[in-house]
Design a protein around this ligand. Sequence first.
Ligand code: HEM
Length: 134
Amino acid sequence: VSVWFVRAALAYLLVGFTIGAALLWNAGVPFAGQVGRLRPAHAEFLLIGWTAQLTLGVALWIFPRLRLGSLPHGRVGFAWLGFGLLNAGVWLVTAGRVADVATLAWSGRLLEVAAVAACAVNLWGRVRPGLSQM
Ligand code: HEM
């Protein structure tokens, strides 16, 4: 699951930087009046889609395994749930802010908070010394 967190994060980095470049270009040499409306998409993709998603993905990968053998990374279903909620949240917040629909944006934020909680459920029991140090 951490592989998909990191892949998705990289995709948001690419798209977020591209939108940032378009915003910057448009500020210097205006080429389309509507580009400025993508500012919330730029911020959301880079702050949550890239930074937060990369952090969670690396944490899910690098935290100590619970045991050798079966289910070494604990309840992985919660990590997948977190992946789905986080990405749904990013798109809801973006849609809500670009279209100026507050309830949509707030629902997205709630999904993002729930995503962090779901990942925390997976990680909680893994906060301890690694198997090699026990
Ligand atoms: C991880 C990297 C980055 C993060 C977290 C980030 C985040 C942000 C945030 C939070 C805003 C304010 C959005 C708002 O007020 O609604 C912003 C604005 C902006 N960003 Fe970025 N950004 C990043 C990289 C970049 C890059 C690489 C570029 C250009 C190639 C860029 C160009 C811009 C521009 C032009 C604005 C609008 C500034 C303005 O209108 O005053 N950003 N960014």
